[in-house]
Write a protein that binds this ligand. Sequence first.
Ligand SMILES: NC(=O)c1ccc[n+]([C@@H]2O[C@H](COP(=O)([O-])OP(=O)(O)OC[C@H]3O[C@@H](n4cnc5c(N)ncnc54)[C@H](OP(=O)(O)O)[C@@H]3O)[C@@H](O)[C@H]2O)c1
Length: 346
Amino acid sequence: MIKAGIIGATGYAGGELVRILTGHKNVEIKWYGSRSYIDKKYAEVYQNMFQIVDDKCMDDNMEALADQVDVIFTATPQGLCASLVNEEILSKVKIIDLSADFRIKDVATYEAWYKIQHPTSQFIPEAVYGLCEINREAVKKARLVANPGCYPTCSTLSIYPLLKEGLIDPNTIIIDAKSGTSGAGRGAKVDNLYCEVNENIKAYGVANHRHTPEIEEQLSYAAGQPVLINFTPHLVPMNRGILITAYASLKKEVSYEEVKAAYDKYYAEEKFVRVLDKDVCPQTKWVEGSNYVDVNFKLDPRTRRVIMMGAMDNLVKGAAGQAVQNMNLMFGLKESEGLELVPMFP
Ligand SMILES: NC(=O)c1ccc[n+]([C@@H]2O[C@H](COP(=O)([O-])OP(=O)(O)OC[C@H]3O[C@@H](n4cnc5c(N)ncnc54)[C@H](OP(=O)(O)O)[C@@H]3O)[C@@H](O)[C@H]2O)c1
């Protein structure tokens, strides 16, 4: 059995990790880390875990945790993992960080967008960006995985094949994104109150959302040149789910079959990326509670643009599910172990 510890087990992403790992036949959770609920029963924080999890919450002592487990997940605010990790810990355990601390290779870019001084930037070069479908081989050998952000996962997977195949002009990409409120975490915030969110839809982080440089970096690798994007997220009144609609100019005239072949080239063998049938638009309801990302596209010959679409559960493929997928790869397990979750509908 793989022994796992979760720092930030009481947040939404951490809670989802607990839900998924509880059903994973090769994993035993040894540490339910928290800041506010130390010594409180985990099932009192999340009553859905009543009679399923008996343990109490622990603190965020990564050094102590490293002596007891094989893998540590950090599902904590930006900067926390970077402030705790050190060489001794990394020599003992594998770390999968769900925050952005090790996602962006250029430390100055991270510090500028996150307004945090990176205390352990020496580990950034070795951290593997855990987008499993694209960096699978590197993930298998990693001791530190930077689990991708939710919007970046959905955006990159939806756009990647067309950039790789040189079908779109990299600097014409516009991403319009929508997310449910669990994307903002469990902490109380006025903007996330029922009355503020219900019956409402609003853009936020316009032209300055922190996921912008992360998406740009990943799309730049795909394009083989620097990519700048417009990225506009919206908050919508639902619990889970991300929908992205991305637009780009085509470099040449292409047929439906050519574009479909580009998606199939990268995803035909991928369990968790489903390229939908012609004219079927992805919906968040069709992936809810699962590790799937549904993608599709539509050509618009009138404007010579292509519209790329993706839907995903932000807490599963966008956070905990992808983290478990990374763990499976790092420990040589079947990649889909514990992740055979059928989407909930309705
Ligand atoms: N929510 C998503 O859809 C999503 C998707 C992808 C990535 N992420 C990333 O995952 C991380 C967690 O997000 P979340 O949405 O789960 O946030 P959240 O619901 O606010 O949870 C934050 C967690 O971190 C713990 N924590 C906060 N400060 C801490 C400290 N100083 N020391 C130890 N623990 C501390 C909290 O403990 P207490 O509960 O005890 O205060 C809680 O368990 C973030 O980096 C986020 O960007 C989230």
